[in-house]
Design a protein around this ligand. Structure first.
Ligand code: AHG
Ligand code: MN
Ligand code: MN
Length: 336
């Protein structure tokens, strides 16, 4: 049997080879991975664990919270606040940042997460996940504020997601490529099952919520119209379409076999740059996709170069296979 490499061994060896994972960051990643195991167990219990359905509350973005949104958020906070590796946390499901309580030591890292991605899929038993992003506190000032979190995505020290599907998987980057771990439920451990993952530069598969088509901007319509025209159209090839409505699942498919994922700005809410959140969704996913040789833009610029101005900022997202993302970005730039 092939030798199994655990998450811990992977992190220790990465530190030895590249020096990218100081002990505090390793602890952070292991704590997040452990929290994801707890979330995976709740997800798998479903109705038996009374975790399905709505919590009857709304988050700051006006979205109705599911019970699992809140459970996953609490699991991540409880797991991370006492270890001494964090200065503060921010979550899609919390109005403002969560400071590490005074009774615990403070570390230098900032953890951001979308505790439960794909909430609309929880009750229908379709893949969902947890997305996380790690920043360093910059500067030596005392105290922590929202301002500390407003760093461009290229500053991320690590990013990852867990997908709870037929298998539970953890996908991680610390800036040296992308590694995939599969949860061995009997052993309770994350085992390395793919390393140095690469997104193919070309694809015949796109992912977008087509029901919003009539609200899109012209360059977005042009790109999708050309895909739909297939072999007879300007692209000269047929395209397939997929839309899981869980970003983790759509991104995971793209990491596995290529594709392009788009959630563009649209006219429904013209003042919002998009639906997805820059800090909890777009930044970590863009870091992973770039580390796998793919590309991620908001239609004009690289997502990882955007300097956020608010914690819950939204953004237009186009990511995945390089040549397709380049094309749709070029259409947007041409349109001015
Ligand atoms: P969340 O469940 O964290 O709110 O995120 C849902 C996001 C993302 O996962 C997915 O790609 C997208 O919303 C689906 O949106 P539509 O329902 O508009 O297709
Ligand atoms: Mn999400
Ligand atoms: Mn969410």
């Amino acid at each position: 049997m092939a030798r199994r490499i655990s998450l811990t061994q992977y992190l220790v060896e990465q530190q030895r080879e590249h020096g990218h994972i100081p002990a505090e960051l390793r602890l952070l990643i292991e704590v997040v991975a452990r929290a994801c195991k707890t979330i995976a167990i709740s997800v798998n219990k479903g109705a038996l664990g009374e975790v399905l359905g709505s919590a009857g509350t709304e988050n700051i973005q006006g979205e109705v919270q599911k019970k699992l949104d809140i459970i996953a958020n609490e699991v991540l906070i409880e797991a991370n606040e006492w270890g001494g590796h964090l200065a503060a946390m921010a979550s899609e499901e919390m109005d403002s940042i969560h400071l590490v309580p005074n009774r615990y030591p403070q570390g230098e890292y900032l953890l951001l997460f979308d505790p439960l991605d794909g909430s609309s899929n929880i009750d229908v038993n379709v893949s969902i996940g947890t997305i996380f992003s790690v920043l360093r506190k910059v500067g030596h000032h005392r105290g922590i504020s929202e301002q500390d979190f407003l760093q461009a995505g290229r500053a991320q020290a690590a990013a990852g997601y867990c997908i709870f599907g037929p298998q539970s998987m953890l996908v991680l980057t610390v800036g040296e490529g992308v590694a995939v771990f599969t949860l061995d439920r009997e052993m309770g451990s994350w085992v390395l099952t793919a390393d140095r993952v690469q997104v193919p530069a070309d694809t015949r598969e796109f992912a977008i919520n087509m029901s919003n088509m009539r609200h899109w901007a012209a360059p977005m319509r042009r790109y999708v119209d050309e895909c739909l025209a297939g072999q007879e159209g300007p692209r000269g090839k047929d395209f397939n379409m997929r839309w899981v409505a869980s970003m983790v699942a759509d991104v995971h498919r793209i990491l596995t076999r290529g594709g392009i994922f788009m959630y563009p700005w649209d006219k429904r809410e013209p003042d919002k740059p998009g639906k997805l959140r820059l800090l909890y969704e777009a930044n970590p996913m863009s870091f992973i996709v770039e580390q796998a040789g793919g590309m991620a833009t908001d239609g004009r610029q690289r997502i990882l170069d955007i300097v956020p101005t608010t914690l819950h900022q939204r953004v237009s997202v186009m990511l995945g296979s390089r040549n397709e993302v380049e094309r749709v970005t070029a259409y947007h730039r041409e349109a001015g």
